[in-house]
Design a protein around this ligand. Structure first.
Ligand code: PEP
Ligand code: MN
Length: 271
């Protein structure tokens, strides 16, 4: 990986810690939770209050959805961002939201605390350059058909534009296995820890596509040394417009968070 210059770990290098309001990513275990998409004010704010109560550090929610079908719900756009802003005012949780168009980066940055680049856009180089110019941290998801090296080159694009705050997110890759939505490449976490100083988080929701697997993949992420998680949670997953099968309800999320806390503490105490 000759050309991975800015993202590469150097001997004297310490790990990058990214601060979002009073939340640190890369120091401790950071949990981002919330619905796949912002549907309305009630759904978003009630979910935000519940995930905050369970111990989440940030709120996720898509206002622009990169859907496989052009006929599927594409997100509420500006209205969705305004709802996220209200949810932040209500709970204090910083907002993680996806941006899918270069033209939207400047104004979406006014609502988002972290700009998410989705798996489908991992190699959208003009979008990477644009978020590289933004003054907001970028959560860069792994492309579903991408190698670790290709993914790191994409982080390099953002860093090279002058934005040093990149969070890598393993969200599963396509393999011959079709029972799960994707295959979580859990080994990418310790691999990346040896290759880059950037924080690495795991998305167990898109990696599995199945809510009942999400807690187990999350525990695996803690054990593998991840810096955090991004998890889909909804007050009523059965009514979720988007990704309902992989979405936890708030009770399941709270139960999982309790175990994550003990598991993380156990690993920290015993290294
Ligand atoms: C999402 O986070 O809702 C999403 C669309 O994820 P991905 O880009 O990983 O498919
Ligand atoms: Mn989703």
């Amino acid at each position: 990986m000759r050309d991975i210059k800015l993202a590469a770990i150097k001997k004297e290098d310490s790990k990058t810690i990214i601060y979002v309001d009073d939340v640190a990513i890369g120091n401790g275990f950071c949990v981002i939770a919330g619905p796949c998409s912002v549907e309305n004010e009630k759904q978003t704010i009630e979910t935000a209050i519940a995930v905050k109560k369970a111990g989440a550090d940030m709120l996720r929610g898509g206002a622009f959805k990169p859907r496989t079908s052009p006929y599927a719900f594409q997100g509420l756009g500006l209205m969705g961002l305004k709802i996220l802003k209200k949810a932040k005012a209500e709970t204090g949780l910083p907002i993680v939201t996806e941006v899918i168009d270069t033209r939207d980066v400047p104004w979406v940055s006014e609502y988002a605390d972290v700009l998410q680049i989705g798996a489908r856009n991992m190699q959208n180089f003009s979008l990477l350059k644009e978020v590289g110019k933004a003054r907001k941290p970028v959560l860069l998801k792994r492309g579903m058909n991408s190698t670790i090296e290709e993914w790191l080159y994409c982080a390099e694009y953002i860093l090279n534009e002058g934005n040093p705050e990149v969070i890598l997110c393993e969200r599963g890759i396509r393999t011959f296995e079709t029972y799960t939505r994707n295959t979580l490449d859990i080994s990418s976490v310790p691999c990346l820890k040896g290759l880059t100083h950037l924080p690495v988080i795991v998305d167990p929701s898109h990696a599995s596509g199945m809510a009942n697997l999400v807690p187990y993949l999350s525990y695996a992420a803690v054990a593998a040394g991840a810096d955090g998680l991004i998890v889909e949670v909804h007050i009523k997953p059965e009514d979720a417009i988007c990704d309902k099968n992989q979405t936890l309800n708030t009770v399941e999320f709270a139960r999982m968070m309790k175990k994550i806390r003990s598991l993380y503490a156990f690993i920290e105490e015993n290294q």
